[in-house]
Design a protein around this ligand. Structure first.
Ligand SMILES: Nc1nc2c(c(=O)[nH]1)N[C@H]1C(S)=C(S)[C@@H](COP(=O)(O)OP(=O)(O)OC[C@H]3O[C@@H](n4cnc5c(=O)[nH]c(N)nc54)[C@H](O)[C@@H]3O)O[C@H]1N2
Ligand SMILES: Nc1nc2c(c(=O)[nH]1)N[C@H]1C(S)=C(S)[C@@H](COP(=O)(O)OP(=O)(O)OC[C@H]3O[C@@H](n4cnc5c(=O)[nH]c(N)nc54)[C@H](O)[C@@H]3O)O[C@H]1N2
Ligand code: SF4
Ligand SMILES: [Mo]
Length: 724
């Protein structure tokens, strides 16, 4: 912090602190000025946001002093009310209940659910806490709902999952950027500034069933592909077919840097453009023209092209294969690792990248090590000071874990750090039932979100601007988050909460509450792993982020081994971290959605986000300017569909399927396919779209099918029309 005083104001000390936004993975840089009234936020020059912020970033300080902040630990009393209590009583109660439940049902009967918004230090400590303080295998987190398909595909094909294997500034010179199921104009607005060159030269290609704010940028010369929801994989096979059979491949690259292409070629042969059109609704001519544009701008032709995936293709039961098709296309064109070109995914949550590297994923240990790898286990057990046999095996991925809650063989207790499950998990009505059947639900949060209504204990923790730590953004750039404001009296850091519980449970090992010390331990645990942070400390990061010589600081990209202490802005430039050093073409086939269109009146539902709300809405629905901008749940539909059901703008309707119903107001727009409706997932209770979303998962990644489902439309007048 830099203390200062502003003349003319009373003598309150003014603190200005350079830090980063609490929300998405772009991690825009900002300065917080605190000391008088609500802290003020100003954007800061940084390579990702270049002095810009979106509306959520500008208003992020408001939540720090929200009137409904949890002001003391809460325990549910016999009448069912959450009542204030002391930290001592709350922690003793939680530890005692955990001991009793584990005594009766075994160690794995206590589960942990983490979040991609936690700092690296908290995510690391949570993984360690679960494994050696609770001794449970059952820890997973909301990143399973977010990045798991992209991660699984990148690991399988390229040997490494670093969301963007290059800096976002590489987009600046791009000729072509193809965005598959991604809407950054709403989900990461300052990122779109990096697309200016591609946009201005007609090189933006957007795949989305809706004319999103991003699709609207393609202009006259770019391409908006509007597929039937859930068919992107087939579109990509169709494009790849044209590239292969028109001889537009980069044969030298395929020969030198990849393996398995011939096998893939045979999988492509069935996807000629006209067949692809029949499956996807995308005109054969558009498939041909996009394939030719991509090839004409590939590195072989002296061009610079990026293929990028987002949740639109990833959140599906074939999400891993969908991303694999995108990677295969990028490999055919010689993009991956070439200068000024590449494949990547846009990681979502603030620490969505770091959150998947340091051990809160069911099958991982810190440093992106696998918990099933004997060498990794030995290394981490040593750092944690425990015997090898004391490390549990891999746990269940999120959906499986949540489905099992309260079931005879499933977890009987759950600790939640940074997720609002009853709004954001699929099939949320059933998930709520599972939460109700638990013997213990403990929620660490700073507000009472919708999931708290099922909690036995709520522990009030610190918010982003109140604690130190590090975050790893969508480029794998490790940056510093800094304490800028004073926390309220009764809130405590999660590192402290974990230490207190670990001690009460008689856990082995060291439980520091100092983020810099926890980071040093994380760095040691990650040493030699794929995501190696061993060359980093809070202090070195502070130097790298400092503004020097008029240049904005920039953090460091992992891997950052202790031996070099230098970052790695670009990976894959010379080799792939696979046994052969090559990337692999994995053959994939289109299987389609789990929900079939079988009934006369069923329509596609797609889900996603709006600029002004974040995730389950727990945070942004408490910020006035954001809620004024988008106050309630809505369903977007085409005028033709509205006409068919005789619906007016603003009318309340219900979407229904076998899993439940969801209520929302109609918004009529031409920006969507007439057979499809769109609903954001930022609201709870009867307005939570996840009440109708399937919990079927991708067999490789465990990702549920969030993006698409089929529903019937019901209104008081149209019930008869829409009945099956
Ligand atoms: N404003 C805002 N910004 C955010 C967030 C937020 O909640 N609000 N969350 C952050 C997080 S965690 C994430 S993961 C990212 C997500 O960032 P994005 O991936 O950009 O966001 P989404 O809106 O979830 O999905 C993108 C698009 O997928 C489309 N889509 C739906 N079904 C299909 C399909 O079958 N095929 C294709 N091609 N597209 C489809 C939707 O129409 C939507 O426009 O955003 C981050 N930024
Ligand atoms: N239908 C549908 N469902 C979806 C998606 C979709 O596109 N469609 N997207 C999915 C995706 S990509 C994601 S990422 C998830 C996100 O959905 P959730 O996992 O519900 O994420 P948030 O709404 O960000 O919930 C964060 C909660 O943690 C609290 N919190 C914030 N920071 C901290 C912290 O540091 N510590 C603790 N203890 N608490 C904190 C907040 O107050 C809030 O209550 O939703 C998924 N669900
Ligand atoms: S784009 Fe993301 S990081 Fe930047 S201000 Fe908006 S929410 Fe914050
Ligand atoms: Mo996400």
């Amino acid at each position: 912090m830099v203390p200062a005083t502003i003349s003319g104001e009373t003598a309150a000390p003014i603190q200005s602190t350079d830090t980063h936004c609490p929300y998405c993975a772009l991690q825009c840089a900002m300065t917080i000025t605190s000391g008088v009234g609500t802290p003020r936020i100003a954007p800061r020059e940084f390579p990702t946001n270049r002095g810009g912020l979106c509306r959520k970033g500008w208003t992020a300080a408001e939540l720090l002093s929200t009137p409904d902040r949890v002001s003391s630990p809460l325990i549910r009393d016999e009448s069912g009310t959450l009542v204030p209590t002391s930290w001592q009583v709350a922690l003793d109660f939680v530890a005692e209940r955990i001991r009793t439940i584990q005594g009766k049902h075994g160690k794995d009967s206590v589960a942990v659910f983490g979040g991609g918004g936690l700092t690296n230090e908290k995510a690391y400590q949570l993984g360690k806490f679960a494994r050696i303080a609770l001794g449970t295998a059952n820890i997973d987190y909301n990143g399973r709902f977010c990045m798991s398909s992209a991660a699984a595909a990148a690991n399988r094909s390229l040997g490494l999952d670093r969301g963007l294997p290059f800096p976002v500034t590489d987009f600046d010179e791009a000729d072509v950027i193809m965005l598959i199921g991604s809407n950054p104009a709403e989900t990461m607005p300052p990122l779109v500034g990096h697309f200016a060159h591609a946009k201005n030269t007609g090189g933006l290609i957007v795949l989305d069933p809706r004319v999103t704010a991003t699709a609207a940028l393609v202009g006259e010369f770019g391409e908006h592909i509007q597929p039937v929801p859930g068919t992107d994989l087939a579109v990509l096979l169709g494009i790849s077919h044209v590239i292969a059979f028109e001889g537009l491949l980069d044969r030298d690259y395929i020969a030198e840097r990849t393996q398995g292409f011939d096998h893939y070629l045979s999988a492509l042969s069935a996807w000629w453009p006209e067949r692809t059109e029949a499956v996807t609704g995308v005109p054969a001519e558009q498939i041909r023209s996009v394939a030719r544009t991509l090839a004409a701008n590939s590195p072989k032709q002296g061009g610079r092209t990026f293929i990028i995936t987002g949740r639109g293709i990833e959140q599906s039961r074939q999400g891993t294969d969908g991303v694999t098709a995108a990677i295969n296309l990028a490999l055919m064109l010689g993009l991956v690792g070439a200068a000024g070109s590449g494949y990547g995914t846009l990681t979502g949550q603030g620490n969505g990248q770091g959150g998947r590297e340091h051990g809160q994923k069911a099958d991982q240990l810190p440093g992106y090590r696998m918990i099933t790898d004997p060498d990794a286990r030995e290394h981490v057990a040593k750092v944690w000071g425990v015997e090898l046999q004391d490390l549990p095996d891999k746990g269940k991925p999120a959906v499986e874990l949540l489905k099992g809650l309260g079931q005879p063989d499933g977890p009987q207790a759950l600790l939640v750090h940074g997720s609002n499950i009853v709004v954001s998990a699929p099939r949320s009505i059933d998930i709520a039932e599972r939460l109700r059947s638990l013997k213990l639900l403990v929620i660490c949060d700073f507000i009472l979100n919708e999931t708290s209504q099922y909690a036995d204990v709520v522990l009030p923790v610190l918010q982003w601007a109140e604690e130190d730590g590090t975050m790893t953004n969508l480029e794998g750039r490790v940056i510093r988050r800094k304490a800028a404001t004073q926390p309220p009296e009764h809130a405590r850091s999660e590192l402290w909460v974990m230490r207190e519980l670990a001690q009460r449970l008689g856990a082995p090992g060291v439980w520091s509450t100092d983020p810099a010390e926890v980071f040093d331990e994380l760095a040691a645990a990650s040493r030699g792993g794929k995501a190696d942070y061993s060359g980093l400390t809070h202090q070195t990061l502070d130097c790298h982020e400092a503004h020097t010589g008029g240049q904005p600081g920039s953090g460091l990209y992992w891997p950052i081994p202790a031996t070099s202490q230098a970052g790695t802005p670009r990976v894959f430039t010379h080799t792939f971290p696979t046994p052969s050093g090559r990337a692999t073409f994995h053959p994939v086939q289109h299987r389609g959605n789990a929900d079939p269109i079988t009934r006369d009146h069923s329509i596609y539902l797609v889900t996603g986000r709006v600029l002004e709300q974040y995730q389950s809405g727990a945070q942004t629905r408490r910020v006035k300017a954001l809620t004024d901008a988008v106050p309630e749940a809505y369903v977007e539909m085409h005028p033709l569909l509205a006409q068919r059901y005789d619906l007016q703008e603003g009318q309340n309707i219900t979407l229904k399927n076998d899993r439940g119903t969801v209520a929302a107001a109609v918004r009529i727009t031409r920006n969507i396919r007439p057979d499809t409706v769109f609903m954001p997932f930022h609201w709870g209770h009867e307005n939570s779209v996840n009440r109708v979303i399937n919990w079927v998962t991708d067999p490789i990644s465990g990702m549920p099918e969030f993006k698409t489902a089929t529903v019937l439309i019901e209104t008081s007048r149209t019930t008869a029309v829409s009945a099956p």
